[in-house]
Design a binder for this molecule. Structure first.
Ligand code: GLN
Length: 453
């Protein structure tokens, strides 16, 4: 743990941590040593981990990287991080993310952009680490955390993992408790790990998963030994390759990565079949209605009274307005406005209700494919490798949203997905494939993911 603390200091230029907690780390490491000496080591005993700043940590500042939370210090610990701590994990600090997890490049954080430790061949230009869990992915890639917690609403675990050559798992909706995690879009949000390889991700997942009565969407079913699935044979499995993911303008190297991945699974004994998910093209527009709608409702609680920052006004209404105008960044304000619009009388049926219907159709597409005997679905994780810091500054928000084209379907359907590094781009940057599983069948993602990596 001491070595990690030193490395964190040396790598501050990446801006991965928004708060380092060396005293807590050393104290917990000492407790771990004591437990190890007594032969009472937990499954994560002494492991130096980073925590995304969306997770509430007892007595440790939690801001979701928004100015509106100010110096909010929760008096409680999220269910997931409490479990990891009980298993022996050591927290090194809080990790940067896009403000309220809204973004795909970690450029909307109130603490500034996270820098990807990777560079294009022959170039020093800084690249983004992906988003919203850019601090988590950069820290794991730079070896300043052994693993990290992250959250995924539309791709925020898998896309940053893809951009940094790390492994990211978005579990089935309901597998991990959302209690004590700052809410973005409650019907889509899931906690999950970012780790160096599939095995590490499986070990962290086992600790993070489990039933919690305080989250009404948490599902009470046993947590399997995910690590045991790593290295398990994939012989006889059927892997679907969805033709609708062959989007226009897909770079040739992504297409090659994808077919090479399918070949690798085939060589390991799996059968590859083409499948169809006909409503794929509606997923992104529907997501960008559902997610902002839920966000506008979830973010109504930041009113200058209950949490963090307050900017005074002549009366209470003006105080709300001033606080929210000063506290929220541009992307968050955009989402609140879209959300309020699609939920308003007169537009509700045309936008929100219709998006929910599309969501059902997307879910049914997957159900049909799985009912036909497909065990997992193989797709690219992202349409490109990491892009440059500031490169999207003049692009429209929709261009940024296109980053999520392969990942949002999984959240809309509530399914588990894993992003696994599968090769390098012509510029020497990591590229990843995604595997999508049946509900609560993360094990197949770990067994097939280990074949790809
Ligand atoms: N990039 C997506 C968005 O901005 C997903 C974010 C996330 O998964 N938290 O909504």
């Amino acid at each position: 743990n001491r070595a990690y603390l030193g490395a964190m200091e040396a790598a501050r230029g990446l801006n991965a941590y928004v708060l380092e907690t060396p005293e807590i780390a050393l104290e917990r490491a000492a407790e771990s040593d004591a437990r190890i000496a007594k032969g009472e080591a937990g499954p994560l005993e002494g492991l130096p981990l980073g925590v995304k700043d969306l997770y509430c940590t007892e007595g440790v500042r939690t801001t979701a990287c928004s100015k509106i939370l100010g110096d909010f210090t929760p008096p409680y610990e999220s269910f997931v991080t409490a479990k990891m701590r009980a298993d022996g994990a050591v927290m090194l600090g809080k990790l940067n993310n896009d403000e309220f997890a809204m973004g795909s490049s970690n450029e909307t954080s109130a603490f500034g952009v996270v820098i990807n430790p990777w560079r294009r061949k022959g170039s020093d230009a800084a690249l983004v680490a992906g988003g919203s869990s850019g601090g988590s992915s950069a820290a794991v890639a730079a070896r300043i955390a052994l693993g990290a917690t992250a959250t995924d609403t539309g791709g925020s675990i898998r896309q940053p993992a893809a951009f940094t050559g790390t492994v990211g798992v978005k579990p089935t909706y309901g597998r991990c408790s959302r209690w004590g995690i700052v809410a973005f879009a409650s019907s889509l949000d899931q906690a999950g790990p970012i780790a160096r390889d599939v095995r590490d991700a499986a070990i962290l997942m086992r600790s993070m998963a489990g039933y919690d009565k305080r989250d009404s969407t948490s599902v009470d079913r046993p947590v399997p030994d995910y690590e045991a699935a790593v290295g398990r044979s994939v012989k006889g499995l059927t892997i679907g390759v969805p033709k609708e993911y062959r989007v226009d303008g897909m770079p040739a190297e992504i297409e090659k990565l994808w077919s090479d991945g399918a070949e690798r699974l085939k060589a390991a004994g799996a059968e590859i079949v083409e499948v169809s998910l006909p409503h794929t093209k509606y997923a992104l527009p529907a997501y960008y209605i559902v997610a902002p709608a839920e966000a506008s409702s979830n973010l109504a609680r930041y009113d200058g009274v209950r949490y963090g920052a307050r900017v005074a006004g002549r009366d209470v209404t003006e105080m709300y307005e001033n606080t929210r105008a000063a506290g929220f960044g541009a992307e968050v304000r955009r989402r609140i406005m879209i959300g309020a619009y699609v939920l308003s009388a007169g537009y509700y049926d045309a936008y929100y209700v219709r998006a929910q219907k599309v969501r059902t159709l997307i879910k049914r597409d997957f159900e049909t494919v799985f009912a036909d005997g497909v065990d997992a679905i193989l797709t690219p994780a992202t349409p490109s490798a990491a892009f440059g810091v500031g490169e999207m500054a003049n692009a429209s928000p929709v261009e940024m949203y296109l980053n999520d084209v392969f990942t949002v379907t999984v959240n809309m359907a509530g399914l588990p997905g894993i992003a696994v590094p599968a090769g390098l781009s012509s510029e020497g940057l990591p590229l990843a494939l995604q595997l999508i599983g049946r509900p609560f069948d993360e094990e197949t993602l770990f067994s097939t993911g280990a074949v790809i990596e």
